[in-house]
Design a protein around this ligand. Structure first.
Ligand SMILES: [Zn+2]
Length: 464
């Protein structure tokens, strides 16, 4: 383990270790077992309403949490269940804390994996499987911490909520978004902790633990490219939509948006306390590209996304038959916007990328802007106190989530939402970021243990 837990420093912090009533009595074995079961449930969300079937994992978690707090289950579509468990606080005016973990995972192509993505094998202290990193480790460790807090007789001033939520991987339509719209009183909390953050980034001053206080917006865009149909045997001077679409894709891929040194990037870099010349390069629009070239690919990719509006052509549909010149091709582009950017900014950049083709195609976009929470909150202070004990020599740094999480719904509803967890040094930062939705997703058992301790400690620190 990267940071040996200081087990005896605060007896209250680990009261659950000795007061556990649950089956194994060993929280590490329990959280490993729960993670394995969540992986094996294969709650794969392909974006269709019938996929996910998170009911399987809600059944599992409801069984695991039986007798711990009050439970409600919500099912806005058949099979798309979410579970809310609460330990009611004694003071209705005290702030509440929600531990939120999604139960769905993204699809997988087993060909790229070294092991069965749904077998949840434990090899050399790592649990392998789709969802190990995104985000069943946290979903499982939050449940275990909640269970043991309830078992230990934890009666906080503020209410503690555990929320195992469906459909995070398809925009939260049948999960967090729906529940906040229809069952706000059941799921709203003043403070929300969900994925991801908390992986250790080495720095000269000791490990730095990113707290994801903000996340980029999505500006998912469809581009329809038109042409004129004709016979494939006579392509000379035809208006082939597929050929035009290829040029559209090429221009987007070659587009180089400007580096944006925005406030949350600046806070992250300053918090990392790199050598002064590295700090200067990472905060300079001129020197940033050169600094990226020196970094491992996983880190370079992440830091590029932190400082740029990104454009990724991801889907193309077109053509009907080998001997027909296509008259229509539909493209999809995953565009991610930075804090403070609006849809109009992203549209202007896309038009700039397309040049004279911008007026020849139809562009439709869905603007879901970036969100953020302040870093000077009681939740931040609580995370700082608890991680100082759990991970010696570490310090928190505010950071930007480059993907999307359910935090955005809660931030817009008025909550302070952070992405956090706690991971050991066995899970290097660059591996962590490439495993998201990638091949060979896996997490070490020490990280499961550290995350479980974190939720327990923060609930006690913040709510009591
Ligand atoms: Zn996730």
């Amino acid at each position: 383990m990267g940071c040996p837990p200081n087990l005896v420093a605060d007896g209250a912090l680990y009261a659950w270790v000795v007061t556990s009533r649950s089956s194994s009595g060993d929280p590490t074995a329990e959280v490993t077992d729960l993670l394995q079961s969540l992986i094996r449930n294969e709650c794969v969300n392909d974006g269709s309403v019938a996929s996910g079937v998170e009911t399987r994992s809600v059944d599992l978690l409801a069984g695991y949490l039986a007798g711990a707090g009050d439970h409600e289950i919500y099912e806005p579509q058949p099979g798309r269940q979410s579970l809310v468990a609460k330990i009611e606080g004694s003071d209705p005016d005290a702030p509440s804390l929600m531990l939120m973990g999604h139960t769905d995972v993204v699809p997988v192509n087993p060909d790229g994996w070294s092991r069965d993505p749904f077998a949840a094998e434990v090899v050399d202290g790592f649990v392998w499987g789709r969802g190990a990193v995104d985000m069943l480790t946290l979903t499982a460790s939050q449940a275990v911490a909640f269970r043991h807090l309830a078992d230990s007789g934890f009666r906080p001033r503020g209410t503690l909520i555990y929320f195992a939520v469906a459909d995070e991987e398809a925009l939260g339509t049948w999960g967090a978004d729906w529940l906040l719209d229809h069952e706000r009183d059941a799921v709203y909390a003043d403070y929300v902790l969900t994925e991801s953050g908390g992986f250790q980034i080495p720095s000269p001053a000791g490990p730095r633990l990113p707290v994801l206080v903000a996340e980029k917006g999505t500006f998912w865009t469809k581009i329809r490219v038109h042409g004129t149909p004709g016979h494939g045997s006579q392509p000379f001077r035809t208006d082939n939509a597929l050929v035009t679409a290829a040029e559209v894709v090429r221009r987007i891929a070659e587009y180089r948006p400007q580096t944006q040194i925005h406030e949350s990037w600046r806070h992250f870099v300053e918090g990392m306390q790199f050598e002064p010349e590295i700090t200067a390069a990472l905060l300079s629009t001129d020197d940033f590209a050169g600094a990226l070239a020196e970094l491992p690919l996983g880190i370079a990719r992440h830091w590029h996304a932190c400082t740029h509006t990104t454009f990724a052509p991801t889907v193309a549909r077109g053509g009907t038959k080998t001997n027909v010149i296509p008259d229509q091709v539909d493209l999809e582009v995953d565009i991610r916007t930075l804090p403070g950017q609006r849809g109009a900014d992203a549209t202007a950049m896309l038009r700039d990328a397309l040049g004279d083709l911008a007026d020849a195609v139809d562009i439709t976009s869905n603007d879901d802007p970036a969100t953020s929470s302040p870093a000077d909150t009681p939740l931040w202070d609580s995370l700082a106190r608890t991680t100082a004990q759990l991970c010696e020599g570490s310090a928190l740094v505010p950071s930007l989530m480059v993907g999307g999480t359910d935090n955005r719904f809660f931030r817009r509803a008025g909550a302070v939402g952070y992405g956090f967890g706690l991971f050991s040094k066995r899970l290097p930062y660059e591996d962590y970021s490439t495993m998201f939705h990638g091949n060979d997703e896996r997490v070490d058992v020490d990280s499961l243990d550290m995350s479980t301790r974190l939720w327990d400690a923060v609930a006690r620190d913040l709510l009591d």
